[in-house]
Design a protein around this ligand. Structure first.
Ligand SMILES: NC(=O)c1ccc[n+]([C@@H]2O[C@H](COP(=O)([O-])OP(=O)(O)OC[C@H]3O[C@@H](n4cnc5c(N)ncnc54)[C@H](O)[C@@H]3O)[C@@H](O)[C@H]2O)c1
Length: 359
């Protein structure tokens, strides 16, 4: 990592065996690449990438890590793959991650996000070398009271749509397994992590504002906004990932001090409207326009939710690096540069290096 400020906790991953579930997804592909840059040996377990132009494919991750096509609902296969690899770290990210899709496929969403979650913890119980487990849920695990205060880790869980409810349920599973089975394992630390909407290069998921905006700009069409005044706590995908890695390293060294649930949200100035986001994307893209489209009759969408991250800040020493402007700038330029021919691997690695270097 020549010339890079390599944080202490990241150097811990050198030579370590790490399993990432959901490595073919948006967050998992960034995390897996980043871990390899820290010297980790990564095995990914998830469904194949959904699209040709997914970040996983664009950066050629299948040539950089070992990937197994596997379903988290398949306990037998997971047990075999995980046991054979015998990891020290697990980052569990695989999930049906879309709220709107969860209305169409509630059973699949619960089977994957709750049943798959149980399978990971069940298999993890039997892994002899395992030291550190990060279970990714969501800020949507909190019962959204549509109030102005940030949610703390001790706040009530709940969800009014299948996705949110599945993440709240996964949190209950996490608590049950942590207290019943992992507390007695002296060398194993386990945490659930709750982050909000993340943005960054290479996400092409349906129904997400950044990919939808970029697709519109590439076609020289207006960006359609359903809920322009909705506020969201925007953060770059690397922000929570940095938190997850930092926490995983702390769990490795002091498992009992850091086990539990953690929020990883952006700073206060990052809570902005969908309209603000679209305007900034247009400015860094270098042109484009916005059209406001109504959402009459659409499914319920929560209006306001942000996280209180005092615990991560004071106990872990984690804080976001990039403000809203930088976050949107780097995200938009990722799509623009890659669209104009820059190799995606070079672009992502460059952004990770500049983030790690504190730039
Ligand atoms: N992206 C966000 O803004 C955001 C916000 C909060 C929480 N999260 C959570 O972070 C995690 C990663 O999200 P993402 O944005 O990368 O999602 P994504 O949809 O891009 O990726 C999901 C990953 O899970 C895998 N997967 C889905 N169903 C599976 C199954 N049945 N078996 C095996 N693998 C399966 C997919 O193959 C893929 O690798 C998820 O747990 C998601 O709920 C994401």
């Amino acid at each position: 990592m020549g010339g890079v400020v390599m944080n202490d906790h990241l150097s811990l991953f050198r030579g370590k065996k790490v399993i990432v579930t959901g490595d073919t997804g948006f967050k998992g592909s960034w995390l897996s690449l980043w871990l390899t840059m820290c010297g980790a040996e990564v095995l990914g377990y998830s469904l194949p990438p959904a699209r040709d132009n997914d970040h996983y494919n664009l950066v050629g991750l299948s040539k950089i890590i070992r990937h197994i096509d596997g379903d988290v609902r398949d306990h037998g296969l997971m047990k075999k793959i995980f046991s054979d690899f015998d990891p020290e770290f697990i980052f569990h990210l695989a999930a049906q991650a879309l709220v709107r899709y969860s209305y169409n496929e509630p059973k699949y969403t619960f089977d994957t996000n709750v049943g798959g979650f149980i399978n990971v913890l069940e298999v993890a119980r039997s892994l002899p070398e395992l030291r550190s487990i990060i279970c990714v849920t969501s800020d949507k695990c909190y019962l959204n009271k549509e109030w102005m205060w940030g949610y703390r880790e001790s706040d009530e869980l709940g969800g009014r749509d299948p996705y949110s409810a599945s993440k709240a349920a996964a949190e209950m599973v996490f608590q049950g397994y942590m207290h019943a089975f992992f507390k007695e394992k002296e060398k194993v630390g386990i945490a659930s992590v709750r982050a909000g909407n993340v943005i960054g290069g290479g996400d092409w998921s349906e129904d997400r504002i950044v990919p939808d905006s970029i697709k519109a700009l590439q076609r020289s069409e207006p960006i359609y906004l359903r809920n322009p005044s909705s506020t969201r706590p925007w953060q770059h995908v690397m922000e929570p990932l940095a938190g997850y890695m930092m926490l995983a390293a702390k769990l490795y060294n002091s498992p009992k001090d850091y086990s539990g649930s953690w929020n990883f949200g952006p700073g206060k100035n990052a809570v902005n409207t969908v309209h603000d986001l679209a305007e900034k994307i247009i400015s860094y893209w270098g042109g484009g326009e916005i059209n406001i489209a109504g959402n009459e009759g659409g499914p319920h969408e929560a209006r306001l939710l942000h996280l209180n991250c005092d615990k991560a800040f004071y106990v872990l020493g984690w804080q976001p690096n990039w403000d809203f402007d930088r976050t949107v700038k780097e995200t938009t330029l990722w799509y623009k540069d890659v669209w104009q021919g820059k190799p995606a691997l070079e672009k992502t690695r460059g952004q990770i290096l500049s983030y790690m270097g504190g730039e």
